[in-house]
Design a protein around this ligand. Structure first.
Ligand code: NAD
Length: 377
């Protein structure tokens, strides 16, 4: 007889991390698949989930060592330190956002410990994996929060207001990079009543910007990326394009009150989109939120987790924006992990069995070795 797989949920230990990788909802659903859920005491506290809620959902709540002892699968938002994992079942899975390039030593340690590490940020962008995509779910919330925090820092209102004391004009908000985060930033700024414009290098985003009621601002004289771009991702642009983009930004940005930057290129530092000279052209009191801060920033002078003031303009960026919405970010992250495990759950095997398309894309280590092609050679 096959016994239920033991799934462990640890408290996150990275500084500033407030999320948790399972919620009472996903605990219940995993138990319904036949798994036994063990949650570390206090794991959900910073996301407003008390131990009791996990118990009511059917989990055992205990200390870390007991939670991981004999576990077949360990869930995380970020990768747990390998020292926490002594006692897991041989070949146990770690399923989390593993930051494989930034945390290479930890990935090597997983290999040495015989752990199978599955990096959820490497989930391929295919239709059936959309519901498992942690980058999308977390970027969406980050795009929202960036606008809220920028609005809070801005010393003026977003919407136009006609009052007895006179009219206040609407804030002008410019979103640079229209992926998942940028789209949500546009929608949020629009809901708050700002006049929104946006830019990207991928031509397909023009329609998306228009459909959200914002104005596309695009480089016209040098070709950008046709359509969606491979996998929806941008690449580094030519020098000629960068020059044309710089000129376009210079002419537009001086009139903006709020700028939200979200531009990323997979596997590369974030592209520099705003220079100090461009910041100097902005009105005092303007606010820039640099969502690319953890990847080096789109804006000259960004310091993650600090408010930097340059030429009277406030530049903000956080090292972990989704962690500032712990409850919703955890709910979506936990569902991504559940959707992943349940899609591959094999009743006969009593647990998940991956296929090659997704398995090979996310598996970093197996059988004591690094196996992912992006980490080899
Ligand atoms: P991302 O985080 O890689 O980058 C953010 C945005 O920055 C992108 O739109 C990119 O084109 C843009 N950018 C890069 N360099 C720039 C520059 N120099 N100037 C201006 N903009 C620049 O992107 P993302 O949020 O992950 O999503 C990108 C696309 O992928 C979207 O169209 C999204 O809908 C799609 N997507 C598909 C799936 C799926 O099918 N499973 C999942 C997630 C995202």
């Amino acid at each position: 007889m096959v016994t239920g797989r033991k799934i462990a949920v640890l408290r996150e230990r990275a500084s500033g991390e407030t999320r948790v990788s399972a919620t009472p909802e996903t605990v219940k659903k995993l138990i319904a698949l036949g798994a036994a859920l063990h949650v570390e005491s206090g794991a959900g506290l910073s996301a407003s989930i008390p131990d009791e809620a996990y118990r009511e959902a059917g989990a055992e709540v205990g200390e870390a060592a007991a939670v991981v002892a004999g576990a077949d699968i360990v869930l995380g938002v970020q990768g747990p330190d390998v020292a926490l994992l002594s006692g897991v079942a041989p070949g146990a899975w770690v399923v989390a956002g593993l930051d494989p390039f930034g945390q290479r030593a930890r990935v090597d340690a997983y290999a040495q410990a015989g752990i199978e590490a599955l990096a959820m940020e490497f989930m391929p962008r295919i239709t059936r994996a959309q519901s498992m995509d942690i980058l999308s779910s977390q970027s969406n919330l980050a795009g929202y929060k960036a606008v809220i925090l920028a609005a809070d820092t801005y010393g003026r209102a977003f919407p136009m207001m006609m009052t007895a004391a006179g009219t206040i004009s609407a804030a002008k908000c410019f979103v640079m990079g229209v992926g998942v985060a940028g789209l949500q930033a546009i929608a949020t700024a629009r809901r708050l009543g700002a006049q929104v414009s946006a830019t990207d290098v991928r031509s397909a985003t023009k329609e998306q910007i228009l459909s959200l009621g914002a104005k596309p601002i695009f480089v016209e004289n040098v070709a950008g990326i046709e359509g969606e771009g491979a996998g929806g991702y941008a690449t580094e642009m030519s020098e000629e394009y960068q020059k044309a983009q710089g000129e376009l930004v210079s002419s537009h940005i001086a009139k903006q009150d709020i700028v939200i930057t979200t531009a990323l290129i997979p596997g590369r530092p974030a592209p520099r989109l705003i220079t100090d000279a461009q910041i100097a052209s902005m009105k005092p009191g303007s606010v820039i939120f640099d969502l690319a801060a953890p990847q080096g920033g789109n804006v000259e002078g960004t310091v993650a987790d600090e408010v930097v003031e340059r030429h009277g303009v406030k530049i903000i960026g956080l090292s972990n924006t989704p962690a500032h919405l712990p409850a919703d970010a955890s709910a979506l992250f936990a569902r991504n992990l559940f959707n992943f495990l349940s899609a591959f759950w094999d009743k006969e095997a009593g647990g998940p069995v991956l296929d090659a398309e997704i398995g090979d894309a996310i598996r970093l280590t197996q059988g004591g070795r690094i196996v992912h092609e992006r980490l080899l050679g």
